[in-house]
Write a protein that binds this ligand. Sequence first.
Ligand code: 26V
Length: 768
Amino acid sequence: MSKHASLQRDILILNLEQQLENAAKKQFGKPLARCTDKQIYQVLVGVTNDLLSVSEPCAGEKKVYYISMEFLIGRLLINNLINLGVYEKVRAILEKHGRDLAEIGELDTEPSLGNGGLGRLASCFMDSIATLGLAGEGVGLAWHFGLFKQIFKNREQRTAKDVWMNADSFLRRTDTTFDVFFGKKKVTARMYDMVIAGYDSGVCKMRLFDLESVDESLVKRGITFDKTAVKKNLTLFLYPDDSDEAGNLLRIYQEYFLSSCAAQLIMQQMREQQYDYHKLPEHAQVQINDTHPSLVIPELIRILVEHKAFSIDEAIDLVSDVCSYTNHTILAEALETWPMRYIKKVVPQLVPYIRALDERVRIRFDNPKVRIIDSKQRVHMAHMDIHYSHSVNGVAALHTEILKKTELRDFYELYPKKFNNKTNGITFRRWLMLCNPELFSYLTELLGKGFHKNATKLKKLLDYENDKKVLDRLAQIKQHNKVKLAEYIEEKEGVALNPDSVFDIQIKRMHEYKRQQMNALYIIHKYLEIRRGKTPKRPITFIFGAKAAPAYVIAQDIIHLLLVLQEIINNDPKVNKHMKLVMVENYNVSYAEKLIPACDISEQISLASKEASGTGNMKFMLNGAVTLGTEDGANVEIHSLVGDENIYIFGKRADEVIAHYKNADYVSRDFYRNSKVIREAVDFITSAKCLKAGNKKRLTRLRDELLNKDWFMTLLDLEEYIRVKDKAFRDYEKRTAWKQKMLVNIAEAGYFSSDRTIRDYNRDIWRL
Ligand code: 26V
């Protein structure tokens, strides 16, 4: 930030109380003391916006554009106040008037701009780019209803539009508009800015583009709308149902809209700075967040050729030096391949460029598996990214190794130097300071402020591993967070929890590979044991939160099973003293902020090789939960940091799982036949008890799936999962040893700061 800007900001902060009073007077004609909570909220948004607008983003000769379909940004008010360094001051001012800032923060609506991990990561990166003072911008879309809102009815997931945009949102309209052409059809894109404050320093701008002609009234019931009315619907919903052609086409419209806006933004900034287009890579670096923005490659090439008189070969070379690609998943169904005829229909102007890129690949390499356009005329977006980027990265060490050895092996052989790993990270501002203020203050008291900006300094906590006072205080903070969460859940979900029970939590998107169904089978097993009189030493609370894609039937079935189990267990007087289950409704970032600090056991139980990294695992660890997990994604790195004593690892390893797929030799029914425990749990799904509370079709389909297919090998790991989880519950009773595990997890979490991740990206890829 420039000296002038930071001076202006300091002056504003110095007179903060006066600023707030003036704003209250101006907006509502009364002093702060007489404003309602809602009005105070509006005053705070206004003043925060003023503070943000005098802060300039870091200028630099070279800038990174982080292009992403999703930014799961979370509520912004409190985060911005913390990062701007005024949280305490505002809290104290409001306290004088008997108001609670935390309560006012609850009035903030959460921007609905993302699905899960990939979008949340992008947001952590915005925070770190701002904090580290790097020249960077996020580029995305301003989704009106974003991801759907989840509602439970009859123990099933229902979907509704998530109306989050309002006058108080941090979205700022700008005067910048771009024309986007779909063939000859023209639409107009308008740029909105969302400014993200870095901690104790700069800001980072997110450029979110919206369709000027968007029409919210197109949405009639729930989340249904005319998928073909592209001129009205393009920025309404994130990932609409893509189970039909109209849905797929809409996705390509959205992807090109994003890519075209990003390319035009880059070219506009190049022009404004009067930079030489021949030096594009020295001024612009583009990070392609999964394949969704991949069309930015042919689009930039097209602009250089058609509007800046470059030869196509020159343009290709330049753009390849600009772009880098991050892969976030190895699931085959998520690797985007689009039929050429779809692309022709949506953006015919890119077709010759995609063909040209493919031709060059065909000339250079014989291997048909590395082509961009395959024999069925399908365009492989990831292939285009890999050939025409200067860096390809995975998001955790194991994930990158699997990409190199298995999924992208043919490409790794062609370009070994392009491949690199960037283990994911999380921002400690939101995931410690904001969500767990008590732990944050205590750590600051104990370790000093060093770790605020250098997270690895958390390691100093290890000096206190045998200090009873410290261990007790950590446990006391955890207990306090559990009490708070129990109150919240009772109010919100109507389920009373016992804060003295062990809190075992699995929160993430609902997907078979993440194996919430395995956790459900454990819960059934425990339920049956308790019914037979084998009660646990201490009650257990199982908590889930997850949304399922509307078109993903089995995922809906798993949600249904969990809600049915919740009904049975919580109402069974013989059992509910010993265990409870709650599946929270509409799990989102704000809910995560309440759940994570209260967790004892963090469930990270994906089938090894399938979870690229996971980032929830890091958030839990930082907040003193102990991981129960497979050797998958970043769990592997967590394991090696904390050591065997401080994590519960089970299950087949990635190489064994990959071999099972290769040999097609996993037969779930064999596991069912050979184990009474498994049989009993699986059969319970369609027992009279479950059928009474649930939907026969869903429950039968789910049980059949486990018996006849079980693509993600639930039954393969189930027995070991039960054994290791039971051990974790037993160990929880060795209280001192458990508190030490908590301490070690917190101390070792520093590696997972997204500041480290962003420094790595910058050092190896962007070189700003
Ligand atoms: C792809 C698709 C394609 C089909 C339509 C729906 C859909 C929705 C999302 C995606 C991409 C999902 C990729 C993703 O979120 N990956 C997650 O990325 C996290 C950040 O790197 C990582 O921690 C998680 O392990 C990984 O699953």
